[in-house]
Design a protein around this ligand. Structure first.
Ligand code: NDP
Length: 290
């Protein structure tokens, strides 16, 4: 039996359509146009592509989109000054500083300077604290997208044993917090974990966020498990693969996200959701349900 494919492209398209409809409603009812500003420092080719996609999709959803492009030589003080200016601008509801930043700039200092209410990446310590605590902050995009895909395959994950492989601040830890918030029993594995295959075999939900091509093999997967593959790895032959050996895992899992076309498309979709939420909260209007 082959696993159900969880289609991230279709889910992202549906999410973007809901956001666009909600934005149209906000414009009509409250004269509110959510605005996202992306800050790009330097000319990292991958970052340029991401920023271009973010601008395009934000506009397609009917929101305002602006980008500030600074040279690779920009100083930390210059980036901080820009962030502070954007913090004060009432038309900017979401600020995203594209990572990685050039070496002379400390990303933690930039994130800390951001108004947490505008931190649509959800990386500010206030949003991290809310994620692990009472909720109500802005939730990091890739983890949020992973959860939306999980819910397609497992609408009620309460009580399930979830194993998250990877403990980064960007993916592994926030995914673990979200799974815990859904009443899963959560194990977080990492590079020092002993007998990773055995840990993974105990998972009803297996989330791989490692950055190692096809590391999770088919015989690490519990029959019927839901597998969410966050990894995006480019092989020397140019192919994109996840952190899970897809064909092997597909033969065992109950449901699985492909790479590409799984979690990847959900990241920008959730950025749009966060911008909408941030705009409503800043303006004090109810957040439309999506
Ligand atoms: P990081 O490199 O920051 O973290 C990787 C994590 O994997 C670490 O916690 C590390 O453990 C763990 N790890 C590394 N090797 C092993 C191993 N052999 N066994 C077990 N655990 C291991 O990566 P990110 O979290 O930023 O990204 C993870 C993947 O997700 C990457 O492929 C990235 O490209 C992808 N990604 C995809 C996004 C999307 O939009 N779909 C967005 C962001 C990331 P330790 O802490 O012990 O070092």
């Amino acid at each position: 039996m082959s696993a159900q494919l969880i289609d991230g492209k279709a889910a992202a398209k549906a999410s973007n359509a809901s956001v666009a409809a909600a934005v149209a409603g906000l414009k009509a009812k409250h004269g509110l146009v959510p605005g996202l500003t992306v800050v790009l420092v330097g000319d990292d080719p991958a970052s340029k592509v991401y920023v271009g996609s973010k601008e395009r999709e934000t506009k397609a959803a009917g929101m305002n989109s602006t980008a500030h492009r600074l040279p690779a030589t920009a100083s930390q003080a210059e980036v901080l000054a820009l962030v502070e200016k954007l913090n004060r601008d009432p038309d900017v509801h979401g600020i995203l500083v594209q990572l990685p930043l050039p070496r002379q700039i400390n990303p933690d200092a930039i994130i800390a300077a951001m108004n947490p209410a505008k931190d649509v990446d959800g990386f500010h310590a206030v949003n991290t604290g809310l994620l692990w605590g009472q909720g109500g902050g802005l939730v990091p995009c890739t983890p949020q997208g992973s959860m939306l895909l999980l819910r397609q395959a497992m609408p009620k994950p309460a009580g399930a044993h979830a194993v998250v492989v990877g403990r980064s601040m960007i993916v592994g830890k926030p995914v673990a917090a979200l799974l815990l918030g859904q009443d899963c029993t959560v194990t977080v594995a990492h590079s020092k974990s002993r007998d990773l295959p055995a840990i993974c075999r105990g998972a009803d939900i297996l989330v791989a966020a490692v950055g190692r091509p096809e590391m999770v093999r088919g015989d690490w997967v519990k029959p019927g498990a839901v597998v969410i593959d966050v990894g995006i790895n480019r092989l020397p032959d140019g192919r994109l693969v996840g952190d899970v050996a897809f064909e092997e895992a597909r033969a065992v899992a109950g449901a699985i996200t492909p790479v590409p076309g799984g979690v990847g498309p959900m990241t920008i979709a959730c950025l749009l959701r966060n911008t909408l939420v941030a705009a409503c909260r800043q303006r004090g209007v109810p957040v439309p349900s999506l």
